[in-house]
Design a binder for this molecule. Structure first.
Ligand code: HEC
Ligand code: HEC
Ligand code: HEC
Ligand code: HEC
Ligand code: HEC
Length: 276
């Protein structure tokens, strides 16, 4: 199949599709989005102190890695130095404490809903934590239960209730991490896992957002449903692995058969020579 495709592609007719493909890869690749230097980054990057710090912190963040830049959060025009921070170009400035959930929630819609309905959301502006209290602003990292720790969660109340919700999420989180590892090793040996990757990613996000309810009972009652869905993915991985093992077994049997045939023909050959 691929042989004929390559043969056809030596003709001039294949050049435009190849150029198109290269352009498409460059366009969708996250590396391209990540390195785009907007006027916001250029100017703030050269500023001292508090004006330059966001650039350095943001560069190591999960947002930078996913192409979410200054203007995606703060608005404004990333291509025009003079008008960059003009409200006419949609510049939002710095959100105050109370508007931060809405600010981040433009993209993290589900998290915002769970948060606003929670004890934390109800205490917004009255001593309760908001998104930046727990995740930081510019150096946001991939979320994990490590964010639930005595240092960060006992600033306003005792750690006991935080610990309860942590133990409720930990088992499911471990299982998700284990499945991510298994899918990665299947990918390494060339098995297509895109569909399962997508399912697991969506499930992981749905599960991690559940934390924001800070409702131990809710987390516990929904855990069973998540475990069932994880069980299905786990079952499909096990099926692929057993197929691979069977293939290995067949391969082994074939090798043994060939070796056996070899030895047999050698013996026949020797006894035949003796007879002569
Ligand atoms: C030519 C340099 C320059 C460019 C380009 C620039 N900024 Fe700024 N920015 C500054 C300076 C200087 C300040 C502080 C003084 C001020 O608020 O005007 C600032 C302030 C800010 C603040 C804080 C505002 C506040 O109310 O405290 C934010 C947020 C910000 N910039 C984001 C951006 C974003 C997003 C972009 C691109 C769309 C951008 N900047 C482009 C120089 C720049
Ligand atoms: C994920 C969204 C997000 C991104 C991306 C982001 N910011 Fe911010 N930024 C915020 C929030 C939220 C605040 C308010 C922080 C607070 O209240 O703690 C803020 C505050 C600021 C401030 C005010 C000073 C400060 O540190 O509090 C400046 C200046 C600023 N950002 C510039 C930038 C620049 C330049 C970039 C791009 C390198 C950028 N921001 C990218 C969310 C973001
Ligand atoms: C009290 C601390 C706290 C507050 C407040 C908080 N988070 Fe989280 N967030 C966490 C923890 C802890 C996790 C990881 C939970 C887990 O691993 O199960 C998380 C997970 C996440 C995730 C990953 C899950 C997903 O759906 O992709 C996102 C995104 C997120 N938070 C955004 C936000 C936003 C936006 C806000 C404000 C509306 C917010 N968080 C408020 C602590 C907090
Ligand atoms: C313009 C859209 C946008 C805005 C605004 C935004 N984010 Fe994000 N955020 C993303 C994208 C895209 C990702 C990477 C994909 C993912 O993991 O969901 C991400 C990832 C995250 C993660 C890691 C999620 C994970 O899977 O572990 C956290 C935590 C997070 N953002 C918190 C915040 C906080 C806090 C704010 C506000 C200060 C914010 N985000 C504002 C788009 C946004
Ligand atoms: C900035 C202060 C602050 C921080 C930091 C904070 N909380 Fe809270 N938390 C509150 C307030 C305020 C309430 C609601 C009033 C109350 O119940 O005391 C609350 C309530 C709770 C509840 C009880 C919810 C209910 O429905 O009864 C849990 C669980 C909880 N927080 C977990 C955490 C965890 C986990 C962290 C760390 C990731 C954390 N909190 C960090 C202020 C905070």
């Amino acid at each position: 199949m691929t042989g004929t495709g390559e043969a056809q592609c030596t003709t001039w007719r294949c050049l435009p599709p190849i150029f198109f493909l290269v352009a498409l890869i460059a366009w969708v690749s996250p590396a391209a989005a990540q390195t785009e230097e907007t006027v916001c980054i250029q100017c703030h990057g050269s500023q001292p102190g508090q004006l330059g710090a966001p650039v350095r912190e943001w560069r190591t963040s999960i947002h930078a890695a996913n192409g979410i830049s200054c203007h995606n959060c703060h608005g404004g025009d990333p291509t025009d130095v003079a008008m960059a921070m003009s409200p006419e170009r949609g510049f939002l400035g710095v959100p105050d404490e109370k508007s931060i959930p809405g600010f981040c929630g433009r993209c993290h819609v589900g998290v915002k809903e769970d948060y606003l309905a929670s004890a934390h959301g109800r205490a917004l502006g009255k001593g309760g934590p908001q998104c930046v209290t727990c995740h930081g602003n510019h150096a946001v990292q991939k979320a994990s239960p490590d964010l639930i720790n005595p240092k960060d969660c006992s600033r306003c109340h005792d750690y006991g209730r935080a610990e309860e919700i942590k133990s409720a999420v930990l088992e499911t989180d471990r299982r998700i991490t284990e499945l991510e590892r298994q899918l990665l090793s299947l990918r390494h040996i060339g098995i297509a896992t895109a569909e399962m990757d997508g399912e697991l990613f969506a499930l992981r996000n749905r599960f991690h957002r559940l934390f924001h309810s800070v409702d131990v009972e809710k987390v516990r009652s929904q855990t069973a449903g998540f475990q069932t869905e994880l069980g299905k993915i786990s079952g499909r991985i096990a099926e692929i692995e057993s197929k691979l093992n069977r293939r290995k077994l067949w391969g082994g049997a074939m090798v043994a058969l060939l070796v056996g045939c070899g030895i047999l023909s050698l013996l026949i050959y020797r006894s035949y020579r003796k007879e002569i």
